[in-house]
Design a protein around this ligand. Structure first.
Ligand code: DAH
Length: 338
């Protein structure tokens, strides 16, 4: 009996050292201490012993039983502690960890803006940025639009309390771009612009423009036409007919408006092109000598062309979107289509 008890104790300690989880621990409890367990079986054998041996063996069995019980209880508590710690570890989050892949889709304006940037980069243009909060000087005066000029009325301005304004066009980037580089250069600058306008299907208070500028020696309207035709064709993925109409912008002379053949009706006339077959796209022209001077460039030595137009209109054409308000509407059903 003594040997059997010793062996049982040894087996128990060995198994205890490597018990992997609570389930295995419960199985051990049943195997040693359960009704049909090995220690219980030895207890039943006590009755066959002599009274003295019974006493001694009984004491040993009780001692082993209470050792086993307390070590099993302690082990259960250990397993619980590990489980709690694991839960705490799961809840802990490292805010410096890179975020999950972004859910959702890229906004159609961002998509077309990225396409435009890539296209201009492939043609050797730099992409530059400018502030959305601008001074009156950069937004108007430096662009040959003095305080009393009627062209200011055409761009209803959000004035800020600090005397600055929200830029009404991306054209101020022309001046900033010229001031910070030496010709020859070419750059474009896409970004947000703001106008204090009543909102309807084709007007928003906040929209996007892309401004472009090329300054070099011997630049002519032919360079302007070539560049813009190439860009419009690339955007639509096939050659697109364009035309220039004389127009007035104080910062260019001569100034034009560029139209392209309506891509919805192919030029036959539809509601998008107001039955004309042509879509007005952007303003452009040869940079006015005063503007070159304000940018620190000698107009006797260098010439250039500039252009600027809305991005929304292009996106609307490309994806047949009939209302500009969809872009900022925040309707996921709209966004999920892209
Ligand atoms: N800034 C003008 C607007 O918002 C568009 C424009 C016209 C930009 C002619 C130009 C340009 O660069 O040359 O209406």
């Amino acid at each position: 009996m003594k040997d059997q008890l010793e062996k049982l104790r040894k087996d128990f300690l060995e198994q205890m050292a490597s018990v992997p989880d609570k389930e295995a621990l419960e199985a051990m409890r049943v195997a040693f201490l359960g009704k049909k367990g090995s220690l219980t079986a030895l207890m039943k054998d006590l009755k066959d012993l002599s009274p003295e041996m019974k006493k001694e063996a009984g004491q040993t069995i009780n001692q082993i039983k209470s050792e086993m019980e307390s070590s099993i209880d302690k082990k259960f508590v250990d397993f619980d502690a590990v489980e709690i710690q694991r839960k705490i570890d799961c809840q802990w989050s490292d805010i410096t960890w890179p975020s999950e892949p972004v859910q959702g889709s890229v906004h159609p304006i961002s998509m077309v803006r990225a396409e435009l940037e890539e296209l201009f980069i492939s043609m050797g243009f730099e992409i530059i940025d400018g502030p959305e909060m601008e001074s009156e000087y950069y937004n108007f005066n430096a662009l040959n639009i003095p305080a009393d000029h009627p062209a200011r009325d055409a761009q209803d301005t959000f004035w800020l309390r600090n005397g600055m304004l929200l830029r009404t066009q991306t054209s101020p980037v022309q001046i900033r771009g010229m001031q910070s580089r030496k010709p020859p250069f070419k750059f474009v600058s896409p970004g947000k612009v703001y106008r204090n306008e009543a909102v309807d299907a084709s007007h928003e208070h906040t929209f996007h423009q892309i401004e472009g500028m090329v300054v070099d020696k011997g630049i002519s309207v032919a360079n302007l036409i070539y560049t813009l035709k190439k860009i419009v064709s690339n955007i639509f993925g096939h050659p697109v007919e364009i035309r220039l109409r004389p127009s007035f912008f104080p910062f260019v002379e001569p100034g034009f408006e560029l139209d392209f053949k309506c891509q919805i009706c192919g030029g036959k006339g539809c509601s998008v092109c107001k039955q004309t077959g042509w879509v007005e796209y952007l303003g452009c022209g040869m940079i006015h000598p005063n503007v070159l001077k304000n940018g620190g460039i000698d107009p006797e030595e260098y010439q250039g062309f500039a252009f600027g137009g809305g991005i929304e209109r292009l996106v609307m054409m490309k994806y047949s979107i009939d209302d500009i308000r969809h872009f900022h509407g925040g309707d996921l059903r709209f966004m999920k289509q892209f």
